[in-house]
Write a protein that binds this ligand. Structure first.
Ligand code: ZN
Length: 258
């Protein structure tokens, strides 16, 4: 299926094409995906997820990383369910109960609106050095990511994504890295603000636990917030839950008499 770029977290600002192709994975594709998934290596896993999207549409390379983070989640969601709602199982952080939460793409998934001026980039000062920020596409992120995939100096994906926000990594990579890793006080606030602006555009979803979600005195309901993109999806289990078969799909042969 084709997603209009206006419906992506970036709002499609600056794209040279109008839609991007993302389809549900077939049985064979899920099987192959699970076989190849590098479970224990967060960086390799992220590369694998992006390459999974690129295999369907090469223009993913020109998409903003913030959009691709959403598309990784979106592809899983449409693989699991045919009607853009999906039931996921989330442990309650208070009592540990596994809560079933129905997530609807139309009602629960919201992006924080992005301002066009934000998409133009900005000037910042970090560690006493002046920098320009960019909104990284997959292509420009890969230039930064390759270095960390190879040398493993940093294995935290959020930090690598933050480093990719600063222009001229190819020229001043070490200095940028030092200024981000060594940031103190106000510089930390600045880095956090940049992360807020350019990554994680998806609003968290509220989940209410049936055990401890209701305050007994006031009757008030309060839940906990989850970042839906971080939810682990177990494809075959989740497909079974979300797409149950009815009695017409399998008709058993009658046992022969006598
Ligand atoms: Zn609970």
């Amino acid at each position: 299926m084709n997603i209009p770029v206006q419906q992506l977290p970036s709002g499609g600002y600056g794209y040279g094409f109008s839609d991007i192709k993302v389809s549900p994975m077939s049985f064979l594709q899920i099987t192959q995906y699970l076989e190849g998934l590098p479970e224990d290596d967060k960086l390799e896993k992220y590369l694998y997820e992006i390459n999974n999207l690129i295999s369907e549409d090469k223009r993913i390379l020109d998409c903003y990383l913030m959009d691709v983070d959403f598309l990784i989640f979106f592809k899983k969601l449409i693989t699991i369910s045919g009607d853009s709602t999906v039931v996921v199982k989330i442990p309650c952080p208070k009592c540990g109960k596994i809560v079933d939460k129905k997530i609807s793409l139309d009602h629960d998934i919201h992006f924080r609106q992005i301002d066009q001026s934000v998409m133009e980039g900005s000037f910042i000062e970090l560690g006493g050095n002046k920098y320009e920020t960019i909104v990284p596409t997959v292509k420009s992120f890969f230039k930064v990511f390759e270095k960390y995939l190879k040398y493993r100096k940093i294995e935290d994906l959020d930090i690598i994504k933050t480093i990719a926000l600063v222009k001229d990594f190819d020229i001043k990579g070490n200095q940028i890295e030092d200024d981000i890793l060594g940031a103190t006080h106000g510089d930390i606030t600045l880095i956090k603000a940049l992360q807020e602006l350019y990554t994680n555009r998806l609003e968290p979803v509220e989940v209410i636990c049936p055990n401890c979600g209701t305050n007994e005195e006031t009757g008030e309901r309060s839940g906990f917030m989850v970042d839906v993109t971080s939810l682990t999806m177990d494809f075959f289990r989740d497909i079974r839950i979300n797409c149950p078969i009815d009695g017409t799909k399998i008709v058993f042969k009658q046992a022969r008499q006598g």
